[in-house]
Design a protein around this ligand. Structure first.
Ligand SMILES: [Zn+2]
Length: 128
């Protein structure tokens, strides 16, 4: 089916420790970058000719990372019992953003969350 994919980004700075992983088992920080991509069916584009306001995606991304900024991720309750890895960060952001978007932009489906730990290292999570 023809569809549009729209993306917006957010960023935050945070530290983590990855036990058992060489070098990463020492506490260190990253300037994390996040990209949300949503899908909107062509047939859902109405008289505004917009699939969705970019600002709604941007806000969902910013809200999803707000409480992670300038924190030590391993200490946060949302990472209790799991590693504060880029994979788990992507899952968390996906859950939060999908929930918010379902309310403010029900025509969209969150299809991809990309999390960059560094400019060279990224994780792609596809919830759907
Ligand atoms: Zn790291």
């Amino acid at each position: 089916m023809p569809h549009f994919l729209l993306s917006a980004e957010a960023s935050f700075s945070a530290a983590h420790t990855l036990p058992g992983i060489a070098k990463c088992d020492r506490m260190h920080g990253h300037d994390w970058r996040v990209r949300l991509t949503v899908r909107v069916e062509r047939a859902a584009v109405g008289p505004t000719d917009l699939a969705v306001d970019f600002r709604l995606i941007e806000r969902a991304a910013a809200d999803a990372v707000a409480d992670l900024d300038h924190r030590y991720l391993n200490d946060l309750p949302v990472f209790a019992g799991r590693g504060a890895t880029a994979e788990r960060v992507a899952e968390l952001i996906s859950e939060r953003a999908a929930s918010q978007l379902a309310t403010v932009a029900p025509q969209v489906t969150l299809v991809e969350v990309v999390v960059w730990e560094t400019p060279q290292y990224q994780v792609v999570y596809r919830p759907a």
